[in-house]
Ligand binder design. Structure first.
Ligand code: GCU
Length: 452
């Protein structure tokens, strides 16, 4: 696991119970920093029309612009990694704003959740300029363990009340999609309680000694093509009425929201801050990948069936193309990314570079044989493209075929730091996947302390 921390990390405080607001302090993460620039500044990269075309994947160990080779871990961390951090924001996801101070208010604690096997708490995270909507974080921690629990952090699609079947979990305050069970005129209702419980399998995580932390994506930015709600309007620069071409899209905003949740999780005594794992399905898998790539406090990354804009390479993608995703979901990426519609070969990045940013930390790419849209072949190619960076950093990277299937256990022979796990399944997150995700976390980070 990485021992490196984002520069300038300042935090102090432990979790408190019972409605006490706790200021978590300012975090200065790597995310907003352009190459060599100040956090939040736009890097000095060429316009898209001046970029050289190449059907080959950009070499992670060659500097963009100068062509200089990166031969040492030191050069990777000092030069190439920060350059890629800037490139992926500049040309694709948009720049994440600097990390704000976050305060946490524990609104409700249920120490007898799951028949006493877990403690559920609902925490409101507030941050940013006045008026920025808060995030309601649901945290469920196993009871009776001898050590702080590792935690899976992931965003949910329809509200915290859908993750567990519980009559008290607060409904989202913001807009929800009509496709969410129980949504009436884009508002959540009690009807949706527990609707996504099978996707989260909280009982499985708790039984295995893992905690879960989750929040609704719409708390950060409702998933619709406008920037008038969520966090975006609160982070406009003077004179702006909407995000500029290099500013953050919705996926970047969601990833930034995950970082704010991490700001809180690392202050919790009952959670193991060295074992924070990030997970997400589909568009939220793209988000998990970006969040893990940009924040080295995250120990393990699981982009589940994340597809285009996630694990699947853009070059040569015959399923969802860059043009297609930018047309269907124009708010997910920044405006500059649209200039690569139909000309992916101009991209100075591709998705393998996101995996390189995760290095040397472990990453599990979970895919389904029936989920062709997510394109597991392109995701496997991204893992292959990242292998050299893991090796440069002294890790095993990808071993053997790079693929582990079905119920095959993860072993030193079939599983390095990065691996694709695949089973014969459609586009779904369910208990079968969770069992293997937890197996991977046990394998990479060590199994959690057992109950006494
Ligand atoms: C669409 C989209 C995918 C995305 C998926 C999802 O299918 O094309 O890119 O991953 O929605 O989030 O469910």
């Amino acid at each position: 696991m990485s021992e490196r921390w984002p520069h300038g990390l300042v935090y102090a405080v432990v979790c408190r119970w019972g409605g006490v607001v706790v200021a978590l302090g300012a975090m200065c993460g790597v995310a907003g920093a352009a190459a060599g620039g100040e956090p939040g500044s736009v890097a000095d990269f060429p316009p898209v029309e001046a970029l050289p075309a190449s059907s080959e994947l950009p070499d992670p160990l060659v500097m963009f612009g100068t062509g200089e080779a990166v031969r040492t871990a030191e050069a990777w961390y000092r030069k190439r990694r920060p350059q890629i951090v800037a490139l992926v924001q500049h040309y694709m996801y948009g720049y994440l704003p600097e990390a704000p101070a976050v305060s946490a208010e524990v609104r409700r604690v249920d120490a007898a959740f799951l028949s006493g096997r877990a403690t559920l708490r609902e925490v409101t995270l507030s941050f940013g300029p006045p008026g920025t909507p808060p995030v309601d974080l649901l945290v469920i921690v196993p009871n009776g363990r001898q050590a702080a629990a590792p935690v899976f952090l992931g965003i949910n699609f329809c509200g915290n009340h859908t993750v567990v079947d519980d009559p008290h979990v607060a409904l989202p305050r913001s807009w929800v999609p009509e496709r969410c069970r129980g949504a009436v005129e884009n508002r959540a209702t009690d009807e949706g309680r527990g609707a996504q419980a099978e996707a989260w399998c909280v009982d499985e995580l708790i039984a295995r000694g893992y905690a879960l932390a989750t929040f609704y994506c719409g708390d950060i930015d409702p998933d619709r093509p406008d920037f008038t709600d969520g966090v975006h309007p609160h982070f406009l620069r003077p004179g702006q009425t909407e995000p500029g071409p290099h500013d953050w899209g919705t996926i970047a905003a969601w990833a930034w929201g995950l970082h704010r949740a991490v700001d809180y999780l690392i202050t919790c005594d009952d959670l193991d801050r060295r074992r924070i794992c990030v997970v997400g399905h589909s568009r939220l898998g793209k988000t998990a990948l970006l969040a893990g790539a940009l924040d080295e406090r995250i120990a393990l990354v699981v982009p589940h069936q994340s597809g285009t804009g996630g694990m699947a390479l853009s070059r040569g993608n015959q399923q969802e193309t860059v043009a297609r995703i930018n047309t269907s979901f124009p708010h997910w990426f920044n405006d500059v990314f649209c200039q690569f519609n139909g000309c992916e070969e101009l991209l100075p990045i591709d998705q393998h570079l996101l995996v390189c940013l995760v290095a040397p930390r472990p990453l599990l790419d979970t895919e389904g044989d029936q989920d062709l849209w997510a394109n597991y072949e392109q995701a496997l190619a991204a893992l292959r493209g990242a292998d050299a960076v893991y090796k440069l950093l002294g890790r095993r990277g990808l071993v053997a075929s790079g693929v582990v299937r079905d119920d095959e256990p993860f072993t030193a022979e079939n599983c390095g730091d990065i691996v694709q796990y695949r089973r014969d399944a459609p586009h779904v997150l369910n208990r079968d996947y969770w069992r293997r995700i937890l197996d991977f976390a046990d394998f990479q980070l060590g199994a959690p302390a057992s109950a006494p």
